[in-house]
Design a protein around this ligand. Sequence first.
Ligand code: ADP
Ligand code: ASP
Ligand code: MG
Length: 423
Amino acid sequence: MALIVHKYGGTSMGSTERIRNVAKRVAKWVRAGHQMVVVPSAMSGETNRLLGLAKEVSPEKATPQTMRELDMIASTGEQVSVGLLALALQAEGVAAVSYSGWQVPVKTDSAYTKARIESIDDARVRADLAAGRVVIITGFQGIDGDGHVTTLGRGGSDTSAVAVAAAMKAAECLIYTDVDGVYTTDPRVVPEARRLPVISFEEMLEMASLGSKVLQIRSVEFAGKYRVPLRVLSSFTPWDIPLAEEAASGTLITFEEDEKMEQAVVSGIAFNRDEAKVTIMRVPDKPGIAYQILGAVADANIDVDVIVQNVSHDGKTDFSFTVHRNDYARAIDLLKTKVGPALEANEVVGDAKICKVSIVGIGMKSHVGIAAKMFRTLAEEGINIQMITTSEIKTSVVIDEKYMELAVRALHKAFDLESPQAA
Ligand code: ADP
Ligand code: ASP
Ligand code: MG
């Protein structure tokens, strides 16, 4: 008997019929003798619908006050889900109780719409488990120190589940979703993508941070920090497949790098359309300039990702960086009205139609020429690279958004990700 956490995403909870299916699957685990905590998302489309309603009422700029209310609204999607799942389990003859984040409580900081979990009190959950109940906890939401409801950012139910698993010291956290594991790239973009039976924690962290939305990045960070055994698997297999078969399916995120894994130089390709590029032209090339520009951007609470400073001509240089698209207008405005004039820069230009494509693999640590192969592949497709950034286990390029799918497919092929991995 073990304590297991299941997480079900929006599609998996997408209708009452699917919720009944989830209940049957969870009941199977209960009957096998496990203590179960289940963390569901809102039904698919529900969070978008709720945020859409909010926008209809208040299209204005976000302020701390409006963001508080957004969390109040968006968090209700998950509350409906937990209640429905508890009812469905009870209908299966399984004792179950549902809780909102504040009832557990799941304590977070006060950063509305992107709050971070600080602690989870396990007393109430343990008491229910001891009494033989399945405990169903809302994903995506928590409560801050002043009692305000918060949400954890889009895709945040993954993080709720892993955080609950860490707090409860669960034997495993199983993330049930609408694909049967983590693939070499998004199978909706490249149908030839291949499921990885195992992926290293480091690679999963990169894939998630570079845009693979199969797991929210913070959930992977949590899993790493607390060593939570984590698996991504399908909620669309028949609920009555043998439990041992289900428990071994999907993709295991492993903390051990074995020799077999090192054979794959590139394990996966991630992409991200959420960024925009801004350039401040002809600023003086002298000490302190990067700080003056990026310091002002950081003060405005805008996160910067890729940064490029060009070589200078006649003591002047162009300075480019990428920001989240949601912050694009604010970044341009800040550069045009404040930073640019202070530096006597000529011009500020921007491009929101960019994307970032990345190759990821721990094998890159010990192989040379991988980045060159990436650049050659893109050149052969006639794709211009605007920016490059590398780390030990990834290389990312910023390119025109309209070439994204072409680039991902070409790279997937060039790095042999379609063929079965040598055993
Ligand atoms: P859920 O609602 O279950 O949280 P998400 O839509 O958040 O599901 O995440 C699952 C989706 O992630 C898949 O449907 C797939 O399109 C996408 N995805 C992106 N990159 C990958 C990848 N490398 N492997 C698997 N799925 C991926
Ligand atoms: N319901 C939230 C969202 O749509 C959280 C999640 O599904 O993980 O982003
Ligand atoms: Mg998700």
